[in-house]
Design a protein around this ligand. Structure first.
Ligand code: AMP
Ligand code: MG
Length: 423
């Protein structure tokens, strides 16, 4: 080769991405490699909001527990209702919610009944209060009523023994209410996955310390902490680890001893002393991928003992993108959740032109707005450099651009992944 030419190594400037792993393939491989925690704990029902059920729940009772009225009105036997004209019914008493009328109804009687009141034995139909005329101890009822109307049957919502929830469900506010409606005071949930994480880099300083020349504040540990907080996992922050073989090894060991998942940031780019990859290989098993995506191309993935390992890139935006696209789903699966709610995507018309070269999947930071009910526009959140965390702050969504897509003109529809309250 002439000494006037330079041989290029593969780099993130390349348009061809031979040998890069697709985003979907990386997501699938990661999910394949994680297992859910199996240990459980028993919690008071209220403390279980957002936790994942560890057992099937079947109902110990009928809900409702007794056949009752859906309206304020009068309980009668359908057979006594007039075929035409008006019939007069004596009213022997009232069935209140929680204070039932315990005497069986006799032919021709109407028992006054309140919403939720237990149906007197023998009655099968309720006539709304507004559709009768009450005179003293009698009530006048006309035609047009259906047998069985306005009655809620015992067990109509949930029958005794019916399976209400299956293990692996993440409990919502409604679920907490349902558990209470079945009389459960406690519930068995999986323990939270334990996640240990640390930053790597000689240039990193902690907040509160003065910055020396060439130093920067460690922000990744803060964004990671915050994103983990959203997922309701147990967090173990191991701080900043310097780029030294022995220190990194020590941090790995410490993390693996207690955690179900280990997350690091930095130290995986080309040209770095590759202590993260090296250590993972020495202590466990490693897959290193260059993923056909932007930002966040290099991701190290593997296992140490029973812990799953994610080596995320160092750039602050890359950390967030790779966490959201890869780590999040893995941690949800580890928590025992069987069908996590998908991160929804919507189409939105872009109001700004979007720059892109074909080749890699791009997650561009965007600002999504609802222009009319069910209609969305999106604009670029500005400069898309992987170190520009500010534009991530301004963004509320990723604009998802497929590998083969090129630049997009303003006015075109694009697929968008809103992440508000998820990141
Ligand atoms: P690296 O992957 O370690 O080469 O890091 C890539 C870029 O991200 C460099 O500019 C680092 O200074 C920066 N970086 C790495 N770790 C952090 C961190 N914890 N907080 C902020 N920036 C970081
Ligand atoms: Mg570094």
């Amino acid at each position: 080769m002439k000494d006037t030419e330079i041989t290029h190594q593969p780099s993130c400037e390349d348009e061809l991405n031979i040998g890069l792993l697709s985003v979907a393939e990386a997501q699938a491989r990661i999910l394949d490699g994680v297992t859910a925690v199996t240990e459980t704990e028993t919690l008071p029902v209220r403390a279980a909001l957002g936790r994942v059920l560890a057992e099937d729940v079947s109902s110990p009772i009928d809900v409702p527990s007794h056949t009752n009225s859906a309206m304020d009105g009068y309980a009668v036997r359908a057979a006594d209702l007039p075929a035409d004209g008006v019939a007069e019914f004596p009213v022997p008493g009232t069935s209140w919610a929680g204070r039932p009328w315990l005497t069986p109804i006799e032919p021709g009687q109407a028992v006054q009944i309140m919403t939720g009141g237990m149906m007197p034995e023998g009655a099968d139909t309720v006539i709304m209060q507004e559709q009768v005329e009450r005179e003293g101890d009698t009530v006048r009822i006309g035609t047009g009523h259906k047998p069985g109307q306005n009655v809620r049957a015992a067990g109509e919502d949930v029958a005794t023994g019916a399976t209400v929830f299956t293990a692996g469900k993440r409990l919502t506010s409604a679920d907490i209410g349902v558990l209470a409606s079945l009389g459960f005071a406690e519930v068995s949930v999986y323990r939270r996955p334990r996640v240990a994480f640390f930053s790597t880099g000689d240039e990193l300083r902690g907040v509160g310390e003065p910055l020396g020349p060439g130093e920067i504040y460690d922000s990744n540990r803060y964004t990671l902490f915050a994103m983990l907080k959203r997922l309701d996992v147990e967090i173990n922050d191991l701080g900043v680890v310097r780029d030294q073989r022995e220190l990194i090894k020590q941090a790995f060991r410490e993390a693996a001893a207690s955690a179900d998942a280990i997350i690091t940031s930095g130290g995986v780019s080309v040209g770095e002393a590759d202590f993260v990859k090296e250590t993972l290989e020495a202590l466990g098993s490693m897959s290193f991928w260059k993923i056909a995506m932007k930002p966040g191309r290099p991701v190290t993935y593997g296992h140490i003992d029973n812990a799953v390992f994610f080596g995320l890139p160092g750039n602050p935006v890359s950390v967030m993108v790779t966490f959201f696209q890869f780590v999040r789903a893995a941690l949800l699966r580890m928590s025992g959740e069987v069908n996590p709610q998908p991160v929804y995507t919507v189409f939105a018309r872009t109001t700004t032109a979007l720059r892109k070269r074909p080749g890699r999947y791009e997650f561009q930071r965007g600002v999504l707005q609802q222009s009319a009910p069910g209609e969305f526009t999106v604009r670029s959140a500005g400069a898309q450099g992987s170190g520009i965390l500010r534009s991530m702050s301004e963004a509320n969504c990723f604009i998802m651009l497929e590998p083969d897509q090129a630049g997009i003109e303003a006015g075109q529809p694009v697929l968008v992944q809103p992440f508000q309250n998820l990141i």
